[in-house]
Design a protein around this ligand. Structure first.
Ligand code: ZN
Length: 121
């Protein structure tokens, strides 16, 4: 006798392995792959990692269109004053990357910010 697992559907002990490697239950006609079964279970609690989640300096989740306030003075290329802590930035757009906030700052223009330097307003 083989040590094949029972049918996951009807629990029949008469499952057999067909030539393609699938297990087949002669009682309910179920076909399954023993290795694929295990993979499905371990995938189930893995969360998708492609979702873009951007958090501010204190851990709030930011969204497109949010208004944020700088928590740190930042140097800005081409601007003698740079950005001061407390500057409000409206209608941010979240992007993938090192500077994960795309925004338009008055007096400076389009620029990228790091979410760790802002706080949700
Ligand atoms: Zn079965």
């Amino acid at each position: 006798m083989s040590d094949l697992p029972p049918c996951p559907k009807c629990n029949s002990a008469y499952a057999y392995e067909d030539p393609s490697g699938l297990l087949v239950c002669p009682e309910c006609g179920n076909e399954w792959s023993p290795s694929a079964d295990i993979a499905t279970v371990s995938d189930a609690d893995g969360s998708p990692d492609h979702e873009l989640v951007v958090r501010d300096a204190v851990g709030n989740i930011l969204q497109d269109g949010d208004t944020v306030v700088l928590v740190k003075d930042l140097k800005v290329k081409g601007s003698p004053t740079g950005l001061k802590a407390g500057t409000k930035v409206k209608k941010i757009r979240l992007v993938d990357g090192d500077h994960n906030i795309d925004c338009r700052v008055e007096g400076i223009g389009q620029m990228g910010l790091k979410s760790e330097f802002v706080k949700k307003a």
